[in-house]
Design a protein. Sequence first.
Length: 401
Amino acid sequence: MHLVHSARDVHLTYCTNIHAGESWDEVRQSLEAHVPHIKAKVSPQNAFGLGLRLSGIAAETLSVPAVLEEFRAFLDRENLYVFTINAFPYGPFHGRRVKEDVYQPDWFTPERLRYTDRVAEILAMLLPEGMVGSVSTVPGTFKTVAAARPDAARAMADALARHVATLVSLQRRTGREIVLALEPEPCCFLETVEETLAFFRDHLHTNASAAIVADQTGTSPAAAHDALRRHLGVCYDVCHGAVEFEEPARAFAQLEGAGIRIGKLQLSSALRVPEIDANTEKTLTAFNDGVYLHQVVQRRRNGSLVRYVDLEPALAALRAGKAGGEWRIHCHVPVFLEIAGGFHSTQPTLKAALAAAKSAFVAPHLEVETYTWDVLPPELRQSSRADAIAREMLWVLEELS
């Protein structure tokens, strides 16, 4: 839905990755089943924006002109529009072990580049005229994968520059401006704001990347540098930042100061354990779903951070007497919950992010993202999925009002 911030357009939605479905038929059916109900509760009179999640196979099907036209007819009929697409998970995302597979194919692979090019093409065909579009993507690759390649940063920067060239050509052809937004995440190549700043400074906002864009688009080096800053940015997931103990306002200021565009702000909360104790492991068991990675960042009493790639190694350290202090756990919980499953959530960090977005323009796109609905403990799923999504969006609107 459309909001206005100091005469600049801001659009709020939720990410449809909360709905299971890999094929386009499954995605379409879930949209038809849930979206009208959510819109009726959140935006009954005005147009309602969608944050699509498209897998590789769904994107392939939707790129067929007849299928795309049928979807556009559905959007028109229901007074909906699409302004952002989640192109982070390429493969299956529900009902099976996902874990570190979610980052594959990564930005080393031609598959990731082809998929992202295709998604951008689809968004350009759906995006309303005059509106900027965003596509969120993996933060390069998983950290251990990048560590095994000395050329990791340069290789991924080259692929991203080639995608920017595609976005430049796409804008020339369609008039639609699209931003690819890298989404930092714990235990990934881009994990923190500091790592993100360094990657953009040392590898993306460089003559080497600009040369690729200039060569493929026939533009000047100066225009290529401008294109890199216009078409590449960050998807800042507030849950991920909270797990890393980042302060949203400071993170936003750092990115702005470096000339890095925030294409999308994902609104989500993580689990927070203020002080580890003897009951922590037993209570956390309900969240150890075996489907998603639940990275853990521990802050010791001296302020230093210790990172665990998943809940199991963190719990092993706890059993061995090597863990303590405060834990932040990468598990998305409904944004309206301050207490979740016996633990605190990082809702205060989310409130701080929304306060920053209310006081100054941060990003054109705000997207609620609680994709873990199906694996949350039963006591956190007392309402229907559609009602919970609507409640999340209404909570965000209240915070922004």
